[in-house]
Write a protein that binds this ligand. Structure first.
Ligand SMILES: Cc1cc2nc3c(=O)[nH]c(=O)nc-3n(C[C@H](O)[C@H](O)[C@H](O)COP(=O)(O)O)c2cc1C
Length: 185
């Protein structure tokens, strides 16, 4: 089984991002196991944890586990809303945690997909662009066009949390196919 880590940029119980992520997990082909990796319990990042000169702040077990999970997967799919024109703090915290230590960066060369959403019409554009900027430091291959900005997210989902419009489902399935082709390369 090839593992895909899905990171959801929302801690909200009724998060649309989480529901979208659950739909996307089902679009991966046989031989892939796509799972949401929880980031809500990750302590807020401080470099003291990674600084060998700081001896009274041992690396949190949650960091070790998160970094190992990312390193063991063959691709990372980010599904995120936008907070104040950028990515939510929980997601930035996860990005920072995976970015250290410099000698062993969990994100390095890992293929990544990005799906952003918003309840309005902008589809989380700024969040996605900011996330791309942060990830650009790690040489993570990303699918090219089309990028995925999902607007009016509450209307995308039916009462069972399923993405209902067939053209949106087809569009998202194609995005996952592109992402998988990138991983296979
Ligand atoms: C602190 C905060 C800031 C927000 N800023 C933005 C924003 O900049 N752009 C936007 O489109 N929506 C913004 N929203 C609305 C969120 O996109 C909306 O609450 C969405 O449902 C959150 O995603 P979720 O359902 O996956 O939790 C903001 C919401 C919160 C709580």
């Amino acid at each position: 089984m090839k593992k895909i880590s899905i990171l959801v940029g929302s801690l909200r119980r009724g998060s649309y991002a989480r529901k979208i992520a659950e739909n996307l997990a089902e679009y991966f082909p046989a031989g892939y196991e796509a799972k949401i990796v929880e980031i809500g319990g990750l302590p807020l990042y401080s470099f003291d944890y990674d600084d060998p000169e700081v001896t009274d702040m041992p690396l949190p077990e949650e960091y070790r586990e998160f970094r190992e999970t990312i390193k063991a997967c063959c691709g990372v799919l980010f599904v995120t809303p936008e907070n104040n024109r950028t990515i939510p703090a929980c997601l930035k915290n996860a990005v920072d945690i995976g970015s250290k230590p410099n000698s062993d960066v969990a994100w390095k060369n890992k293929p990544a997909g990005i799906v952003s959403h918003s309840v309005g019409s902008m589809g989380g554009y700024s969040a996605q662009k900011n996330l791309r900027l942060a990830l650009s430091y790690f040489d993570m291959p990303l699918p090219g066009q089309p990028e995925v900005f999902l607007g009016h997210s509450p209307k995308l989902l039916d009462e069972n949390g399923k993405i209902c419009a067939p053209d949106t489902v087809a569009f998202l399935r194609r995005y996952i196919e592109n992402f998988v082709s990138l991983i296979e390369k």
